[in-house]
Design a protein around this ligand. Structure first.
Ligand code: COS
Length: 388
């Protein structure tokens, strides 16, 4: 079944985003790094372009891209710093997709139009101080009290928490079940009494991206806040996993966009920089580094497109998304490392973009499931498929 927007319209959108990334975002990267924030005028332009609603269905005011189209567009946008993507990333991806996938019609009507326009920032609150990779071990509790649930706990590294209008919060609704089975998802407005958002974390890279602890103290929400309604009680872990599968394709596309940027920068440098009387790009050992970057970039791009097509066709792509995230983000790490190497001493200096990109892309191998979690998902499911 074909999804998404008309291919002509989509081609125009890619072209617009390509120009926006190159002409508007890249020139603002150093300012974002220094100010640790995205300029308001860029936020406004991203809203104007409809970027917050890329994946929101059209009936709720979004653009309604298919997963392959989203991957293409995110790759294009991520030629510029990943920080810009982080602003729209939770609305396009993990913060909002739970509502798109499993929300009730009323929840979709209430939240999706604001998410699509960017007037509401949606944030995904899964990780906790003691539970990252072990997402089923959630300790945040949601205790039933009459027609309400009362949420208590701390969430950690929550992207866009300081900007959030609404959180998708994962909490344990069945204290007798310690694992994935007793977890539910809630839609919680950020101004609900009892929510404290800590100051943004200081990070290695992606300056301007905002992550924070979010503390829930006796946060009272009605039963209606259960994502998907009462029949989804205790089903929140599955929602989180489905959202992350799609998110992992999105992160793969981010890695491809940044890999292309890093290869272009390294290639330009190899053409310009002379040693031993000729451009370093004419030296075969440097050519080896460039060839490995180009090969891995092309393999990564093909893999994310294939995973996205599977998702589009089958409505899920668990192994494919994990393989894609694992390969594309690890490849980006290797490409970054070679790009710095091609720059020699200059690659270690903050005056050159590659130093910043090297730090920025390090996170790709960690968030939305570490490489080791992807390996675990791939291997477990490969074994299960053969075992039948
Ligand atoms: N889609 C739908 N359902 C899924 C699923 C998926 N991708 N993955 C698991 N499930 C279901 C399983 O089918 C199982 O349900 P049943 O008992 O009905 O069969 C249930 O969820 C529990 O699954 P599982 O036993 O695999 O859970 P584990 O606790 O072993 O955890 C991992 C699995 C490790 C894969 C999971 O915790 C994970 O993805 N961790 C990483 C979390 C992460 O990415 N954090 C980043 C935060 S956002 S930046």
């Amino acid at each position: 079944m074909a999804h998404g927007v008309d291919e002509d319209v989509f081609a125009q959108l890619v072209d617009t985003v390509d120009r926006f990334a190159k002409e508007r975002l890249i020139p603002a990267e150093k300012r974002v790094e220094q100010e640790d924030d995205i300029p308001e005028e860029i936020v406004a332009e991203m809203k104007e372009m409809g970027l917050f609603g890329l994946s929101t269905p059209e009936e709720y005011g979004g653009i309604g891209l298919s997963v392959p189209q989203e991957a293409r567009l995110i790759e294009t946008l991520c030629y510029a710093s990943l920080t810009f993507r982080s602003l729209i990333g939770t609305n396009v991806g993990i913060g909002a997709q739970g509502i798109v996938m499993d929300g009730t019609p009323e929840q979709k009507d209430q939240w999706l139009p604001g998410i699509a326009s960017g007037d509401i920032i949606a944030s995904f609150a899964l990780t906790e101080p003691d539970n990252g990779s072990d997402a089923g071990g959630i300790r945040t509790s949601a205790r039933r009290d009459g027609n309400d649930f009362v949420i208590n706990g701390t969430k950690r590294y929550i992207t866009n928490a300081v900007r959030a209008g609404v959180f998708t919060v994962f909490a344990r609704t069945d204290p007798d079940k310690p694992g994935a089975d007793g977890v539910s998802a809630f839609i919680v407005p950020a101004d609900t009494p009892g929510i404290t958002i800590a100051p943004p974390d200081k990070k290695m890279g992606q300056k301007g991206t905002k992550t924070s602890d979010v503390i829930f103290e006796d946060v009272r929400v009605p039963v209606d806040a259960l994502l998907g309604g009462i029949e989804k009680l205790h089903m929140g872990f599955r929602t989180a996993m489905k959202v992350l599968d799609r998110g992992r394709i999105h992160v793969s596309a981010m890695a491809v966009g940044q890999s292309q940027r890093m290869l272009d920068i390294a290639t330009d440098y190899a053409l310009e920089r002379k040693q031993f009387g000729k451009p370093i790009g004419e030296h075969q050992l440097v050519q080896g580094l460039l060839a490995d970057c180009q090969t891995e970039l092309q393999a990564a791009r093909a893999l994310v497109r294939s995973a996205a097509d599977t998702f589009d066709r089958e409505g899920k792509a668990i192994i494919e998304a994990a393989c894609s995230k694992y390969f594309c983000t690890e490849a980006a790490g290797r490409i970054a490392d070679r790009a710095v190497q091609i720059h020699g001493g200059a690659g270690y200096m903050v005056d050159y973009d590659i130093e910043r990109l090297y730090r920025d892309i390090r996170l790709l191998r960690i968030y939305e499931g570490t490489s080791q979690i992807q390996q675990l998902i791939i291997a477990r499911r490969t074994l299960a498929q053969r075992a039948g």
